[in-house]
Design a protein around this ligand. Structure first.
Ligand code: PGA
Length: 249
């Protein structure tokens, strides 16, 4: 079965609720005919306004993080069921910025992934190597470790999305070439199939992320292994994001 492409915007810490609603309003008419799944991952505080704004469109709502406990004494955190009740369907887990600045580890990424799946959310789990690791020839080794640890206990890979985001390409304007991204994503798919036999890995969708934009999206999306994109900077402008969403036009 063909894998349905998925283009997701990661707004990061940008847009107030009002700004976010205005961006979605501008985006709506531009993505009306999209053939892929379209998601905006917004700051948690923007979720109610964004929920109203996406009404009547094909844009789906995503969050940028989720805690692994159902409830309890975790000041500042948000649970999967809270997100779900607010109309969220997707959640980014383990973004490299969370790993780098907020102490996220493969262990917490795994717990958050399982919590999201249990609640019926679709996690978009980010993995990828640093520049040092790539230049040191360690890319596959790093990915092997992340795949084994982050997805331990996952029963059905059709219910999650992986975002392959080489850290050196995030926000730097330095995109992986389409061939590099395709090759690495193909490797990730093979590895998941090998490590998790019988868990529906054939239907796993894998996005590329890292300086993907209106200019390079078509070329990246033409690659057979690349099922979509996780878009940071270029998701903050309706026009740019819509060009990526309409990559097939
Ligand atoms: P970028 O960010 O598109 O701005 O490089 C991608 C991401 O961090 O998800």
């Amino acid at each position: 079965m063909a894998r349905r492409p998925i283009i997701a915007g990661n707004w990061k810490m940008n847009n107030t609720p009002a700004e976010g609603a205005a961006l979605i309003a501008a985006l709506k008419p531009l993505v009306k005919e999209a053939k892929c799944d379209v998601v905006v991952c917004v700051p948690a505080i923007d979720i109610p306004a964004a929920k109203k704004a996406v009404h009547g469109s094909r844009i789906r709502l995503g969050a940028q993080n989720v805690h692994f406990s159902e409830k309890g004494a975790y000041t500042g955190e948000i649970s999967a069921s809270m997100l779900k009740e607010c109309g969220v369907q997707y959640v980014i887990v383990g973004h490299s910025e969370r790993r780098q600045y907020f102490g996220e580890t493969d262990e917490t990424v795994n717990k958050r992934t399982l919590a999201a799946l249990n609640a019926g959310l679709i996690p978009i789990v980010c993995i990828g190597e640093s520049l040092e690791e790539r230049e040191g020839g360690l890319t596959q080794k790093v990915l092997d470790k992340q795949i084994a640890a982050d997805f331990a206990g996952v029963e059905d890979f059709s219910k999650l999305v992986i975002a392959y985001e080489p850290i050196w390409a995030i926000g730097t304007g330095r995109t992986a070439t389409a061939e590099q991204a395709n090759e690495t994503i193909g490797y990730i798919r093979k590895r998941v199939k090998k490590l998790f036999p019988g868990k529906n890995a054939g239907r796993l969708r894998i996005q590329y992320g890292g300086s993907m934009n209106a200019k390079n999206a078509k070329e990246l999306m033409a690659m057979p292994e690349i099922d979509g994109g996780l878009i940071g900077g270029a998701s903050l402008k309706a026009e740019d994001f819509s060009v990526i969403v309409n990559f097939d036009k």
